[in-house]
Design a protein around this ligand. Structure first.
Ligand code: KIV
Ligand code: ZN
Length: 513
């Protein structure tokens, strides 16, 4: 006998809380469509009360997605819950997710509320939400560090008010597998109406145990929903990785005895899309989605795999979507083939002018690079962020000179609103010179926290370089991503993309603030 494990993806909500990972509405929609292809059960699309931008993103996702439940986060108050319900209105299948801290530490120091006040607010907010939605999830934030006696009362009350899913967050990643599993089991045994709700796990990775804790919550605790993110994206050390959970449960079905609805062949495309969109690069030795996850370097391993794959492979690369890394288009591909591929990648372009513009850029790229992969097309579309009319800073052109023994020089032309700038500088290297040239005009005063370069598609120096720049200014952290076969140009684009994000001063309320 098997039963079903629900996969709740929170890349677009908890993942997005990672400093610098915030996404635009279009980017979130593109990832939501990939999650739909991945066939996750629930997509947590955002936190509508946190900003107007997130409200609009949740609304667009709720309208567009079919076949997965679209969920919106809310604090336990009427305003947040109404915002979540409004954003979800008209969606095919929707859920409101309410959270309220229950640990003594959070109640006393953060909320400045008594146990009784939290108990009442939890009940009232779920009651209010159930008048607006049939599917309501409740999370006692910092649940794992909460007094179990208090949790019994709160959780019994919210289930009685109609909460359909109870999620137990290990908000700070403090749990260890056996104890977390037993904690959940105890709650399910002690709460009289526990069987009226689906139990869920939500683990952070501060001690590197988010996946192990989540699996223990399933195996020992009897949870039937796992909250996770693509690539384990999330604040601090991140959330539980979706790809690891899915492949652990599928590969060890003999042990877990659970069914999962996810189409694993969409895992690698999802991982790439999230990495490219956020600029959070996947480490090469990351399980399932790292570039080395299926590479056998040692002679003994290679010999074994050639004789029989299962000597060293417990999963097949193609089963998690590595085979989809194929050449899709080239120089001779026409506009229709390009448009079709955009559609398959979940990229919606309504205006014909936008398609024409993207196609022209594709042709330019195909002249410089013979094989065009999906990642190149995604990068090209994301590049719009630094060339599109509506962006404040737009890249125009760059020239640079570097020679052994001489200090490199760069000149960059870029637009800031209606004004065109031509700036020059020298620097330690051509990248340094280019970014200094831009900064000499913009004077953002931002601190650079990260600069990284990656090949978009592995295997050859013909690949486009993808650069991530992380800037910090006035308490905000933003990531900018730029791609080009010339990594100096990619760096300038990434810097301008980050400046655009700093320029669009969207303030957000943090879910765990
Ligand atoms: O980690 C956490 O506690 C959360 C809640 C908002 C569910 O993300
Ligand atoms: Zn979380």
């Amino acid at each position: 006998m098997t039963d079903r494990l629900f996969i709740f993806d929170t890349t677009l909500r908890d993942g997005e809380q990672s400093p610098g990972a915030s996404m635009t509405k279009d980017e979130k929609l593109r990832i939501a469509r990939q999650l739909e292809r991945l066939k996750v059960d629930v997509i947590e699309a955002g936190f509508p009360a946190s900003s107007n931008g997130d409200f609009e993103a949740v609304r667009a996702i709720a309208q567009a997605i079919k076949g997965a439940t679209v969920c919106a986060l809310a604090r336990a108050n009427d305003r947040d819950v109404s915002r979540a319900a409004d954003a979800l209105k008209g969606g095919e299948s929707t859920r409101i997710h309410i959270f309220l801290a229950t640990s003594d530490l959070h109640m006393e120091k953060k909320l400045r509320m008594t146990r009784e006040q939290v108990f009442e607010q939890a009940k009232l907010s779920v009651r209010f939400a159930r008048n607006l939605a049939g599917d309501v999830e409740f999370s006692p934030e910092d649940g794992y560090r909460s007094d179990p006696e208090f949790l019994y009362r709160v959780l019994e009350a919210v289930i009685a008010e109609g909460a359909t899913t109870i999620n137990i967050p290990d908000t700070v990643g403090y749990a260890v597998p056996e104890l977390y599993g037993e904690f959940l089991l105890d709650l399910r045994r002690r709460i009289p109406n526990a069987d009226k709700a689906v139990w869920s796990v939500h683990c952070h990775n501060d001690l590197g145990m988010a996946v192990a804790n989540s699996l223990a919550g399933v195996k020992i605790g009897g949870a039937r929903q796992v909250e996770c993110t693509i690539n384990g994206l999330g604040e601090r050390a991140g959330n539980c990785s979706l790809e690891e959970i899915v492949m652990a449960v599928k590969t060890r079905k003999d042990y877990f005895k659970l069914d999962i609805g996810v189409d694993a062949t969409q895992i690698v495309p999802a991982s790439r899309l999230v990495a490219q969109t956020t600029g959070f690069v996947v480490q090469p030795n990351k399980a399932v989605v790292g570039a080395n996850a299926f590479a056998h370097a040692s002679g003994i391993h290679q010999d074994g795999v050639l004789k029989a794959r299962d000597t060293y492979e417990i999963m097949r690369a193609e089963d998690v979507g590595w085979a989809t890394n194929r050449i899709v288009l080239g120089k001779l591909s026409g506009r229709n083939a390009f448009k079709q591929r955009l559609k398959e990648l979940g990229i919606e372009m309504e205006a014909e002018a936008d398609v024409n513009n993207a196609f022209a850029r594709f042709k330019e790229l195909a002249d410089r690079k013979s094989d065009i992969f999906d990642e190149d097309i995604l990068a090209l579309v994301m590049d719009e962020a630094v060339t599109a009319e509506h962006e404040h800073y737009r890249f125009i052109s760059l020239s640079q000179h570097s020679e052994t023994g001489e200090r490199p020089q760069a000149s960059v032309a870029f637009a800031a609103g209606e004004v065109q700038h031509h700036a020059s500088s020298d620097g330690n290297g051509p990248v340094d010179a280019s970014l200094k040239a831009i900064e000499s005009k913009v004077a953002s005063g931002a601190d650079m926290l990260l600069y990284s370069v990656n090949a978009i598609t592995s295997g050859s120096t013909e690949s486009q370089g993808e650069v991530t720049v992380r800037l910090q200014h006035g308490g905000r952290v933003v990531n900018g991503v730029g791609a080009d076969p010339d990594i100096i140009v990619a760096s300038a684009k990434a810097y301008l993309a980050a400046l655009n994000k700093l320029h669009s001063k969207t303030e957000r309320v943090a879910a765990q603030g």
